[in-house]
Design a protein around this ligand. Structure first.
Ligand code: DLL
Length: 442
């Protein structure tokens, strides 16, 4: 698609950086990258130490491919520098702090200057606009508010776009439904599994989820599939687009999907330089189209410049379409640390979602239980999945068999399938936990 046709397919006024050529974008990336590595080296002791140890200096960055000479940054680095060791500005210049929940160790803390907050809002606004949201629309924001970047990040972006924001946050599903009915929002921002919870609760109350005022959903913060998009779009009669991001790199809005193409999120490459590496041999930088681990370098951040951050998210880079200069990312298949290794076969919950949703008797509500029964050396996986409402016991038994076979064919592992009653599995309030690991700790 040419730049002109891309701009013509939308009635919105785009940022200049959304319509520039790839050459112009790469020139911008190079100058911003050269600034960022020098800035990080001069201001953050961890970067100086790591660059020196690796024998690289900011002046070695002469072209974009030189980025590969620089060391990676990991979540562990942020934890070691807890709380503020990675900040590149004095504390009085830090306008906001967010942090991860820290359930699996020390929280990772991230900071923003006033300019960082303005850039973040601009990029979320750009993502929402790409996904169909327009100034003047009412936006129901069901991402969690607080230290999590989802709620406040999405909020500021919707405000910057010129929307009326309804800051409901996550949870209190009954109340969400009342407000959707009374306030008549045009768009909803939520995790895909939480939107499913809302749709489900509407059906229970006798409300047809397809009858609401909602026309657009901008969904992210957890992996989801094309099958889930289809499920949500048909049940709720809206257009659902993806939004991607992570706190260490910014928050929501690192990448956003265009509603006219719905073909994966465009990474806003005027602010972030993506790379794909081999997750098992990180020295190997892979080419576009090849699947691997996504790595980001920030190009404009002041409070927390981030160099070659290993996201652990597995995907691939694809050419730009609706925004030709900005490459897209394929759907995230999963995180390398969420990968289940079942008798030597690698498996992600999103693969199960994809297969299960092609079986009409089965709902999108499922969880995966991993066990290692006494006396067994091998791990076992049980897929617990709810049947759809009108399905009979025979229908459920046949669906269980079909799912088991399809998993064997498409994933290559044997598992047990337990089709359970509608409403019996835990519902999402935000990011849904799919894996329940009951294996004895080593
Ligand atoms: O989840 C930021 C966010 C909020 C993105 C709201 C989109 C919407 P974290 O809590 O730091 O930040 O979690 C980041 O969530 O590394 C991915 O594994 C996952 N993730 C985020 N967006 C998507 C997506 C926010 N669209 C981690 N698809 C990331 C798949 C996603 N996974």
């Amino acid at each position: 698609m040419t730049q002109e046709t891309a701009a013509a397919t939308t009635d919105a006024v785009l940022d200049r950086e959304e319509t520039i050529s790839r050459d112009e974008l790469e020139a911008l990336q190079l100058s911003r990258l050269q600034h960022t590595v020098a800035y990080a080296y001069d201001r953050v002791p961890l970067y100086k130490r790591k660059f020196d140890e690796a024998g690289v200096h900011p002046t070695d960055l002469r072209e974009l491919s030189d980025l590969g000479k620089f060391p990676f940054t990991t979540k562990e680095d942020l934890r070691l520098e807890y709380p503020f060791g990675m900040f590149a500005v004095p504390q009085h210049e830090v306008a906001r702090i967010h942090a991860s929940s820290g359930t699996t160790g020390r929280a990772t803390v991230v900071g923003y200057t006033k300019k960082d907050l303005a850039d973040w809002a601009k990029l979320v606004a750009r993502s929402l606009r790409a996904s169909g949201v327009r100034p003047g629309m009412k936006v129901h924001n069901a991402y969690g508010y607080g230290l999590f970047t989802g709620g406040m990040g999405a909020h500021a972006g919707a405000e910057a776009l010129g929307c009326t924001v309804i800051p409901i946050s996550g949870g209190q599903t009954e109340r969400q439904i009342t407000l959707i009915q009374d306030f008549k929002p045009d768009a909803i921002l939520a995790t895909p599994t939480y939107l499913l919870t809302i749709a489900d609760a509407m059906i229970k109350q006798g409300i047809d989820p397809a009858s609401t005022s909602l026309k657009y959903a901008v969904l992210g913060a957890e992996p989801w599939t094309e099958e889930m998009r289809h499920e949500l779009e048909t049940t709720m009669n809206l257009k659902a687009c993806d939004i991607y991001g992570l706190s260490e790199v910014m928050g929501p809005g690192v990448a956003g999907e265009a509603v006219e193409t719905q073909d994966g999120s465009h990474i806003w490459e005027d602010h972030f330089r993506p790379e794909i590496i081999d997750a098992f041999d990180p020295t190997v930088v892979l080419g576009d189209g090849e699947p691997g681990e996504l790595v980001f370098t920030s190009l404009t951040k002041e409070a927390l410049p981030i160099i070659r951050y290993r996201t652990k998210d597995l995907t691939r880079l694809l050419p730009g379409t609706a925004r030709p200069a900005h490459r897209r990312m394929g759907r995230i298949t999963g995180r390398s640390d969420d990968m289940i290794i079942l008798r030597g076969v690698n498996l992600f919950p999103s693969q199960i979602e994809e297969i299960a949703l092609r079986i009409p008797e089965l709902s999108p509500h499922f969880q995966l239980e991993l066990t290692r029964p006494e006396g067994h050396r091998m791990d076992q996986m049980t897929v617990k999945i709810e049947r759809r409402d009108a399905v009979t016991a025979e229908g459920a038994a046949a669906a269980a068999k079909a799912l088991q076979q399809q998993i064997k064919i498409h994933v290559g592992s044997s598992c047990t399938v337990d089709v359970v009653e509608p409403g019996s599995l835990e519902r999402s309030n935000g990011k849904l936990r799919r894996i329940y690991d009951m294996r004895p700790k080593a």
